[in-house]
Design a protein around this ligand. Structure first.
Ligand SMILES: *[C@@H]1O[C@H](CO)[C@@H](O)[C@H](O)[C@H]1NC(C)=O
Ligand SMILES: *[C@@H]1O[C@H](CO)[C@@H](O)[C@H](O)[C@H]1NC(C)=O
Length: 205
């Protein structure tokens, strides 16, 4: 009897701990209740950032797009991916919509180039529809430093957003840096005006 109640007690403590850790994680974007999002575990919740370990997500990606404008490049890539999802692919199939759309900004000799990607739903990952000019990226499981922010990403605030995650990580997480590249993940369509959720991601080197 005594050992049963001790067992029940430790189960209770365990559940409380689980609830506690769920509640301190960055909030799950609303969009992920409607659309499938890549899954991850939070391995560390820091001050102004969290470190996530992504399971092995699959992405369908544009080639690098050169445009000084982050917004211009992202729009350009997004249109290609939207057409892909609407059936402009080799299977001539409607592709299940997911979130987020990511823009990976890399710097080669100072010039930014941007790869825009769309998460491939689990059911399509084994055999994603292909399309001319798009390629499939399969990540190994990966550590990502993340900061969430709201509103719209613009050419004038994107630098500040990146600098803000960089500052939160300063001195503590040398393996996460934005010098080679960073990712902006957008969870909401452009016509959603309020409660938008975006994230800046630095990948572990
Ligand atoms: C770059 O982005 C700007 C702003 O949206 C757009 O007007 C322009 O056409 C884009 N250039 C290219 C080469 O895509
Ligand atoms: C990121 O922070 C480091 C200091 O931790 C600084 O040297 C570097 O210039 C910062 N980079 C950006 C893009 O803000």
């Amino acid at each position: 009897m005594a050992s049963t109640s001790k067992f029940q007690f430790s189960v209770l403590i365990y559940l409380l701990l689980v609830l506690f850790f769920l509640s301190v994680e960055g909030k799950l974007p609303q969009s992920c209740k409607k659309y499938e999002c890549p899954t991850y575990n939070v391995v560390e919740a820091g001050n102004g950032f969290e470190i996530r370990k992504y399971d092995s997500p699959v992405w369908i990606s544009t080639p690098p797009i050169q445009n000084k404008s982050f917004v211009g490049a992202t729009r350009n890539g997004f249109i290609r991916l939207f057409n892909y999802a609407r059936g402009k692919n080799k299977k001539k199939k409607q592709i299940k919509l997911t979130a987020p759309v990511t823009s990976e900004v890399s710097f080669n000799g100072g010039k930014p180039s941007i790869v825009v990607s769309f998460f491939v739903a689990l059911e399509n990952q084994n055999n994603p529809a292909l399309a001319d000019g798009l390629r499939v990226q399969r990540w190994k499981s990966k550590f990502v430093a993340v900061k969430q922010f709201g509103g719209f990403v613009t050419d004038s605030n994107v630098g500040r957003i990146v600098a803000s995650l960089n500052a939160s990580l300063a001195g503590t997480k040398p393996s996460f840096s934005s010098t080679k590249s960073f990712i902006i993940a957008q969870y909401d369509p452009p016509f959603k005006l309020f409660d938008r959720v975006n994230e800046v991601w630095f990948l572990s080197e």
